[in-house]
Design a protein around this ligand. Structure first.
Ligand SMILES: Cc1ncc(COP(=O)(O)O)c(C=O)c1O
Length: 419
């Protein structure tokens, strides 16, 4: 297999190509194939960007039809029939059944652009400049998103100062006895705290890159209450945990909260086509026309696939199947935790957004390599890269799920035997 061209011409910055040193060609559902024809079960799914699997026919067939019929693809933020259909389906199938009411902004196509827009709007709305962000947060690689991210190696990038961020402890940080919500409440109300009132608090309900740390429903409601009490905009970055990943469409539904702003991207298109939206509490939509701009605001192919994906959430059979798959995955992981105590410290995450906190990065690295050799893609996360992310498509078949877990079991067993 020829991979020399990548080393010769592609920048050193490439990462996942090094992690999975083969050349991929085809993909369907939870399986991808390299050019030798070797299949791999995908428990990584584009880092949460393919929750509905690869080339899901229910999502891709309408897109193929759309292209075949010579429909418009790029339209900046002009009105198109595809955008109209997407908005209608998103409102009817996603927002209304959940009792949510938002205006929809289409920023550029990536997650980080959505976060930049959310932060800019919160600053404009409040007239304040600083933002509260959490330990181990990850919000993207553009400067504003980098500033609110936690990881030291990520934050060092950019080479310029990242001002106006107040770092606060996420739930259970640094340990389970510290009550971070009441700390935040206290410093915001105390004129002697030395902490100015921020424009916004931004958080991920599950910190994926930060190590699959999960916020509880009471903690999320408390943060919302604190935001309302102190008149601070509450932004939820649901870019990786949303769009179905936890088994609900939004990862915060279980907490019955209604954030002021919600950012979605990654799996939002359902197909791997780039698409982002910022959901804005209607009275906060104070943008002037064209004030926040960008070329790729509204990729019509992504609108078509996203509308097909959103429709699936109105189908009871679909949502029941996702819940069942989430339970099955959780059972599998409980079994692995009990079986490999020398490798695994604890299970993390919720629903199909799961992780295994391991005893060290060395364990994760070895398990990753053995899994890859045996046909399974997994990735690591966390500040010490000692958490295995387990993100199968939420539509994965039982056979593929069982097969992927069997390969993971084998890789963990090999690691235990090797110790
Ligand atoms: C929670 C979260 N926010 C933002 C981003 C950035 O998204 P993008 O890589 O599309 O800019 C990511 C990407 O992993 C993410 O996980």
């Amino acid at each position: 297999m020829d991979i020399d061209i990548f080393a010769a011409y592609e920048s050193n910055v490439r990462r996942y190509g090094r992690s999975y040193p083969t050349v991929f060609t085809k993909s369907l559902g939870a399986t991808i194939w390299d050019e030798t024809g070797k299949p791999y079960i995908d428990f990584f799914v584009g880092s949460g960007a393919l929750n509905y699997g690869h080339n899901n026919p229910d999502i891709m067939v309408p897109a193929i039809q759309y292209l075949n019929d010579k429909n418009i693809v790029l339209s900046l933020d002009m009105y198109t029939a595809a955008k109209r259909d997407f908005i209608a389906v998103f409102v009817e199938s996603i927002l209304k059944p959940r009792g949510l009411s938002y205006k929809i902004q289409f920023p550029g196509p990536t997650g980080t652009t959505a976060n930049e827009a959310a932060l800019a709007l919160a600053r404009k709305y409040t007239g304040r400049s600083s933002v509260m962000a959490f330990t181990n947060a990850y919000h993207g690689m553009s400067l504003g998103s980098l500033a609110v991210s936690g990881s030291a190696s990520t934050r060092q990038l950019g080479g310029v100062a990242r001002h106006d961020v107040i770092r606060v402890p996420y739930e259970n940080y640094p340990n389970q006895t510290f009550d971070s919500a009441s700390y935040i409440d206290h410093v915001l109300g105390d004129p002697g705290s030395g902490i100015e009132k921020p424009a916004a608090i931004i958080l991920e309900p599950i910190q994926a890159e930060g190590g699959m740390n999960t916020a509880s429903a009471p903690w999320l409601s408390e943060i919302q209450r604190i935001c309302r009490k102190h008149d601070v905009v509450f932004i939820v970055d649901d870019i990786q945990a949303g769009s179905g990943r936890t088994g609900d469409f939004f990862s915060f539904e279980f907490a019955k909260i209604e954030p002021d702003i919600v950012c979605l991207s990654k799996s939002l298109s359902g197909s791997g086509n780039p698409l982002s939206i910022v959901l804005i509490r209607p009275d906060m939509d104070i943008w002037n026309p064209g004030e926040h701009s960008g070329t790729f605001r509204g990729n019509n192919l992504a609108f078509v696939t996203s509308a097909a994906m959103c429709t699936m959430w109105s189908d009871r059979q679909f949502t029941t199947a996702v819940e069942r798959t989430a339970d099955k995955l959780q059972d599998h992981l409980d079994r692995l935790v009990a079986k490999f105590p020398k490798c695994i410290e604890q299970k993390r995450g919720r629903g199909l957004m799961a992780g295994l906190k391991c005893r060290s990065q060395a364990v994760v690295d070895r398990v990753h390599d053995v899994a890859f050799e045996n046909g399974l893609l997994i990735e690591s996360s966390g500040p010490n890269r000692d958490v295995i992310k387990v993100l199968p498509p939420i539509t994965i078949s039982d056979v593929e799920l069982d097969h992927g877990i069997a390969i993971l079991d084998h890789a963990l067993r090999e690691k235990t035997n090797g110790d």
